[in-house]
Every structure is written in C-alpha cells, then in structure tokens.
Ligand binder design. Structure first.
Ligand code: ARG
Length: 442
C-alpha cells in the first residue's frame, strides 16, 4: 500500500492543505487559536527539516499524509490528533494534487516561453536566409528560415493556450468533500479555497474525490506538446544529417560514436523524440487507471502520481533541452540556399507568371510541366534554360521570366498574410514579440 517513495514530492502541498483545513476547524472552534498556532509552527518546522534533508520518511506510515501527521504528533504531541477532523485522505490528496498540477502548469508555461524567445531570436537572425520548404519531404517552394521558426513559435503558442485553458478546471478546491459525501462539521469550504488561492470550490463531493480529469488533461496537453517537440527534433535531425547539411548542432548536444571517430550524433534531439513515447505512455496509463472505476475514491487513484510525476519530469527536461539545442543552432546559409534552388522549387512561381499573362492556371500548370521535363532532360535548373527553350513551349514567355525563377523573387512574392515574404515574416515576428511582451507584463 505504501506510496511514500513517490508522493513525498507533495510534502509542501500537503502541509499547506493541512494548514488551511486547520484554519477552517479553528473557525468552527473545533480547534483553539493556540492549538492552531502550534500546528502551523509544527508543520512549518517539518517542511524546514525536509528542505534541509533531515526528514526520514517511513513506509510504515504509508503515504505523505500519514507521514506528516506522524511527524507532527512527534513534535507537538496529542494536538496533532485533531487535524484530521472532518477530512479524509480522499479529499486531502485530491487537493494536494490540484495544487501541484496548478504549479506545474505555470512551470511548463514558463519553459515554453523561454523556448519561444529563442525561436524569435533565430527568426530575426535568419529572417532573410532561404531554405527549401518541403511537402512530402520533397523540395516544394523556397521559404525563409525565419518563416519556419515562426511556424514553430505558433505551434507552441497553441500548447501554451491549452495548458492555460485547463487551469480553470484545475484551480478549484475539493477540500471539505470528506471521504465522499461531505462532512457533518460545517467547514467553510469557500474560506479554505481562498486561503489556498483557489478560484472556487467543486460542486459535488462524490465527483470531487474521484475526479482525476485534470491529470488526464495535463498529460494529454503534455502529449501534444511532446508531439510538437518530437517533430521539431525530427526536422532538425534531418537538416543536420550529412546529406542535407543545412544546420550545425553544437557539440554539447551531440555525442561521438564509440567506434566511428568521425561521427557527431544528434543524441539530445533523438532523446526528446524518444521521450515523447514516455509521455504518450503515461497518457495511456492514466486513461486506463481511470476507465473502470466506480464512484468514488478507489486505491487505483494512487497510481495517478507516478504517471503525473513522470510526465512532468519528462516534459520539463524536454522543453529545456530543446531550448539548448536551438540556442546553439547554426544555419549553413549557403547550403540551404543552394538546396532551395534544387527540385525546380520556383515552378509554381513560373505558373503564376503565366497566369498574369492571362493563361488559365490549369494550362499554365501543363506548360510548366513541359518546361520542367525539358530542363530535366537537359539536366539543368529552370533559370539555366535559354529564352528559346521557354519559347519553344509557349510564345507568351518573355525575358522577364527570369525574375520569377529566382528564389529571392519567389520568397518576396508570397505576400499573403502569414506568407513567407520578408515583410510578412517580420509581421509574424512582431506579433510573436507582442505575445511575449503581454505575457511578461502579467
Ligand atoms: N495515498 C493515497 C493516494 O495517493 C491517499 C488516499 C488514500 N485514501 C484511502 N481511502 N485509502 O491516493
């Protein structure tokens, strides 16, 4: 039954919750003012000793709740026997974890912001650097590196908003729900909620002690965040491969091979990608823990904590590690730009050129297809063809075609809002900076 090895992590939350509960008991005159003071002091002393590493938990006392009560009894004597009046470990543990998850939402949010700031820096540094944009991992159209960094920024922005949205469902107090049906001591639940900085109280005691939806939500939001980090990792790993060589990773996020002296392996990114599996696993874990539980509390719920803590640790270190990888990322601008020209990446711009000469897009598409086939047979890029090559396929094509075939022109022309033109990416960077500014104000 013992869970102390895992749930000792909740000691601070548990002490805060007990102190608030004791204040409610004092309000009811179940505990005197003087006793309340002694309990507060005793609990603070336990926390202090814990922080100094002087506390030795015992498995005999099962979990964090009973260990704390035991230590308190040792310190202040029989007054400690009163603290559990009108309370059950069921509402106690539910309250402890809500406090814990609430803090971790803020924590993960802060870590994401650090990563987003790094993305803004990279976007600014490489706002004019051209790199191939892919579809199906085939060169599609030229884009800027800044454009891609901003794409990641806004992906992370959604992650942040999901965590923040869940906060309102986490930050309500179940304390006072008792074992399942409430308490005959008329505890002032609103008062307790206020002491613990909750935004309100839960509405039904049965639901309060059995609800772990907020943990499922946290791990689910974490899973989506990890999915994004994993995709970034994968993309950078591809970019850093010998064949692509678009980016250089710092030595500190790579390792060599024990046998091949020339190797520089992107281990940290691979670990982030791998750890995504750990977090997905915990999502399946918590969903399965909850799926067949009748009301209300069942001991199955004790298994929520290994799932939650493992998810928290994995997500935090992954976001931080991704930040380190990006902080030291260098774009090989020449290689990236050279590759952006490959694969006839300005073929769409060519078709758009023909549309401007009043050729319907479908026909333009066909003409471009023919020219590309011609270029392929000559083993040349589009801008290496002669004007005669173009004219042999369509007479409307003039010398000005060459302005449309260069990749800078292509990037410049993508002026729709959200597009990859320099001005549009600058707008995205401004928007991103404002988001961060707003956040830092609050
Ligand atoms: N250690 C338990 C948990 O983590 C605390 C609640 C135990 N409650 C009970 N009725 N057995 O869930």
């Amino acid at each position: 039954n013992s869970s102390i090895d895992v749930d000792q992590r909740l000691i601070e939350e548990d002490i805060l919750v007990t102190q608030a509960h004791v204040s409610a008991l004092e309000k009811l005159k179940v505990i005197s003012k003087n006793e309340t003071k002694k309990i507060y002091q005793g609990l603070n002393g336990i926390l202090n000793d814990y922080q100094k590493g002087k506390i030795k938990f015992s498995k005999k006392n099962e979990d964090i709740h009973m260990n704390v009560e035991y230590f308190l009894h040792q310190r202040i004597g029989d007054i400690a026997l009163k603290i559990h009046t009108g309370r059950s470990r069921n509402d106690q543990v539910a309250t402890d974890i809500r406090l814990y998850v609430r803090n971790e939402i803020i924590n993960v949010h802060e870590n994401i912001v650090v990563l987003q700031k790094t993305l803004i820096k990279l976007a600014e540094k490489y706002s004019k650097s051209i790199i191939p944009g892919f579809t199906h991992l085939q060169v599609a159209q030229p884009v800027t590196f800044g454009f891609i960094m901003m794409a990641w920024f806004f992906m992370l922005e959604r992650d942040k908003s999901r965590f923040i949205d869940s906060y309102k469902r986490v930050n309500i107090s179940p304390l006072g729900a008792g074992a399942l049906s409430g308490s005959s001591h008329k505890l002032d639940r609103e008062y307790v909620a206020k002491l613990l900085d909750f935004d309100g109280i839960t509405s039904n005691s049965l639901d309060s002690v059995s609800d772990r939806d907020f943990i499922i939500e946290f791990i689910s939001n974490s899973s989506l965040l990890m999915s994004h980090l994993s995709r970034f990792s994968e993309e950078i790993i591809i970019w850093a491969s010998t064949m692509y060589n678009f980016v250089d990773l710092d030595d500190k996020v790579c390792t060599g091979s024990s046998i091949m002296p020339q190797k520089k392996n992107p281990d940290v990114l691979e670990l982030i990608r791998g750890k995504t599996g750990t977090v997905y696993g915990q999502l399946m874990n918590i969903l399965t823990i909850m799926k067949a539980q009748p009301f209300a509390y069942n001991r199955d719920n004790q298994e929520d904590k290994p799932a939650l803590f493992n998810c928290v640790d994995t997500v935090m270190i992954s976001v931080q590690a991704m930040n380190i990888c990006l902080e030291n990322l260098k774009l090989n601008e020449k290689v990236a730009k050279f590759s952006a020209k490959k694969g006839y990446s300005t073929a769409t711009d060519f078709a758009d050129y023909l549309v401007k000469k009043e050729i319907p897009f479908r026909d333009a598409h066909e003409i471009v297809g023919k020219v590309v086939a011609h270029a392929v047979s000559k083993k040349q890029d589009l801008d290496e063809l002669s004007i005669e090559d173009f004219k042999s396929v369509s007479s409307v094509i003039e010398e000005d075609i060459f302005d449309f075939l260069n990749i800078e022109g292509s990037v410049r022309s993508k002026k729709t809002s959200g597009g990859t033109s320099y001005e549009e990416v600058n707008k995205q960077i401004e928007k991103a900076k404002n988001i961060i500014k707003e956040y830092e104000k609050n």
